[in-house]
Design a protein around this ligand. Structure first.
Ligand code: CP
Length: 303
């Protein structure tokens, strides 16, 4: 009913969604990029935190499937008058929306929306906890390029501490047979993320050794009020994902970044725009993957 994280998910369920994304890509290649699958449903995108990629691609995905979309913008809402999350969600539900897509700066907020709304809820990123559709589109992009994730080494480098993308990929990619290495300076690398299929290292050269994919993570300066790093220049010197670091990975290794990027900080601009970069494909695939997720969650439920 919900997609909040990957707890309880199987590899079969993930592959079934990724297979559907292949079909959705075919729909998006047609002159008329529309199917009636969600006709009659109203989807509410409730974004309490800014977004470019996730919000736009979810809204496009819903419209391509003929749903009505209503966008709740936190900045223009009655939150500024002190209305609570619960009252906000109950108010939107009373207007007969059928599902929520929620982004919120607080970890766990998506679970609350699912509970308060009692409607199918898709987590579009909650705090540092989870961003499941980003991980699905990352896995899909890798599967399309490489065929399979079985045995693939994936290095995820940067501000792991604040990254919901790192957490969701560390849940999803091992489920599909990949080995994940999380890498960053010690203050940005929570030890509790280590588990079977997920290694940690503070050494980026060790992280990328044998990797077929390297993902750079954004340095989330807005979440570092207390200060975690001596300086951004020092960070870039040691941890920037650039041509020199990628040369230590597999010869055919590809670059990923969930965006938005701080170019020439966590990733070099020249590498991000090179042929080894799949960053544009990640964005493109985001629409097809989110169409597939909406299909699995909402059409199955309606039937
Ligand atoms: N990757 C991602 O979540 O980007 P947005 O913040 O632009 O949605």
């Amino acid at each position: 009913m919900h997609l909040l994280d990957f707890q309880g998910w199987s590899a079969e369920r993930v592959h079934s969604i990724l297979d559907s994304a292949d079909i959705m890509r075919e729909v998006l290649d047609r002159p008329v990029k529309k199917v009636p699958a969600l006709q009659g449903l109203t989807i509410c995108t409730a974004f309490f935190e800014n977004s470019t990629r996730t919000r736009t691609s979810f809204e496009l995905a819903a419209r391509r499937m003929s749903a009505d979309v209503v966008s709740f913008a936190a900045g223009a809402s009655s939150l500024s008058k002190g209305e609570s999350l619960r009252d906000t969600i109950e108010t939107l539900k009373a207007m007969r929306v059928d599902a929520f897509i929620v982004r919120h700066p607080a970890s766990g907020a998506a679970h609350l929306v699912a509970r308060y709304g009692g409607l199918p809820t898709l987590n579009a990123g909650d705090g540092r906890r989870a961003h499941p559709t980003q991980a699905l589109l990352d896995a899909y992009t890798l599967r399309r390029r490489l065929g399979s994730l079985e045995g693939l080494k994936v290095a995820i480098i940067g501000d792991v501490r604040h990254s919901r993308v790192a957490r969701s990929n560390a849940e999803l990619l091992p489920l599909l047979g990949a080995e994940v290495t999380l890498c960053g300076p010690a203050p940005l690398l929570p030890r509790e993320l280590a588990r079977p299929g997920v290694k940690l290292t503070t050494d980026p050269r060790e992280a990328v050794k044998g990797a077929g994919a390297v993902m750079a993570l954004r340095i989330q300066q807005e979440r570092m009020a207390g200060g975690f790093l001596p300086s951004m220049a020092e960070y870039a010197l040691s941890y920037q994902v650039n041509e020199r670091l990628l040369a230590e990975a597999r010869e055919d290794a590809v670059l990923l970044h969930p965006g938005p990027m701080n170019l020439d900080l966590e990733v070099s601009g020249s590498l991000a725009r090179s042929e080894r970069s799949l960053i544009g494909e990640q964005v493109e695939n985001g629409v097809a993957v989110r169409m597939a997720v909406l299909y699995h969650l909402l059409v199955g439920r309606r039937e």
